[in-house]
Ligand binder design. Structure first.
Ligand SMILES: C[S@@+](CC[C@H](N)C(=O)[O-])C[C@H]1O[C@@H](n2cnc3c(N)ncnc32)[C@H](O)[C@@H]1O
Length: 243
């Protein structure tokens, strides 16, 4: 049986999805407030930047994979207008429910589907853009997810991956202190869940850096792949096309 990472732990591949589900079911109700606190509000800049790079237009179709509480979906809905469509998906029902309810409360109806990024229940060549924000590092077989994202994309469409990445050298010490000391403490105080937030910090460290992810996207068949660092490499947006 093959092994994989769950944060810094080595676990059986079959176990990872269950453990990840445990984390997100546990954090779902506090996810949005924790997101603001953990990123000191920066995710509100990172996400519009990523959506801007997608360059989607009125009337287009977008798939938001691992969309959770729906921040990217909301931004994409503004871009595609009433003639377009954005499908919000996530493997976790608790996260998806938070996203769907929040959008409904704002008067926005959009299709939702509970599904695994590794097996997307959509036809080939269907979407103009497929995004995954802060989701890829939680997926067991990232290569399979990237291939699926490419499969459902129309020729000419793009995949957008927004994810934590490798920080610039001078920031490393401060970033470690923040991730491994402050973050679990905040998780404990605010969400009463230090373990989940420790996993989040560890999973960030185990995620491939900028160049490695670019290579993985190319291996999945995406072309013209490039990346854009933000906040000293704390996060990066990777964009690749299906040509
Ligand atoms: C950190 S949250 C990001 C949510 C949202 N995209 C955002 O940017 O705020 C990660 C999400 O990935 C989802 N996820 C984890 N593994 C997944 C998988 N294999 N397929 C689809 N979604 C997955 C989790 O349920 C969770 O909602």
């Amino acid at each position: 049986m093959a092994n994989t990472h769950f944060g810094f732990q080595t676990v059986d591949e079959n176990e990872k999805a269950r453990k990840v589900a445990g984390v997100f079911t546990s954090v779902a109700s506090k996810y949005d407030i924790m997101n603001d606190l953990m990123s000191v509000g920066l995710h509100r800049i990172w996400k519009p930047f990523a959506v801007g790079l997608a360059n989607v237009h009125e009337g287009q179709r977008v798939l938001d994979v691992a969309g959770g509480s729906g921040d990217l979906t909301r931004l994409f809905l503004k871009k595609v207008g009433s003639s377009g469509q954005v499908v919000l998906t996530d493997i976790n029902n608790a996260m998806l429910r938070v996203g769907r309810d929040r959008l409904l409360d704002e008067g926005k109806t959009t299709p939702t589907a509970q599904c695994d990024a590794e097996r997307l229940p959509f036809p080939d060549n269907y979407f103009d853009c497929v995004s995954i924000a802060f989701g890829l590092r939680n997926v067991t077989h990232k290569d399979a997810a990237l291939r699926e994202m490419k499969r459902v994309l129309k020729p000419g469409g793009r995949v957008i991956v927004l994810e934590f990445s490798k920080v610039a050298k001078p920031l490393e010490k401060a970033y470690d202190l923040y991730s491994f000391k402050l973050l679990p403490k905040m998780g404990e105080i605010i969400a009463n869940d230090a373990d989940s937030y420790r996993y989040l910090a560890e999973s960030i460290r185990m995620h491939p850096g900028q160049e490695e992810l670019k290579k993985m996207m190319e291996e999945a068949g995406l072309e013209r792949v490039e990346y854009f660092n933000m906040t000293g490499g704390v996060v990066a947006v990777h964009r690749g096309y299906k040509l």
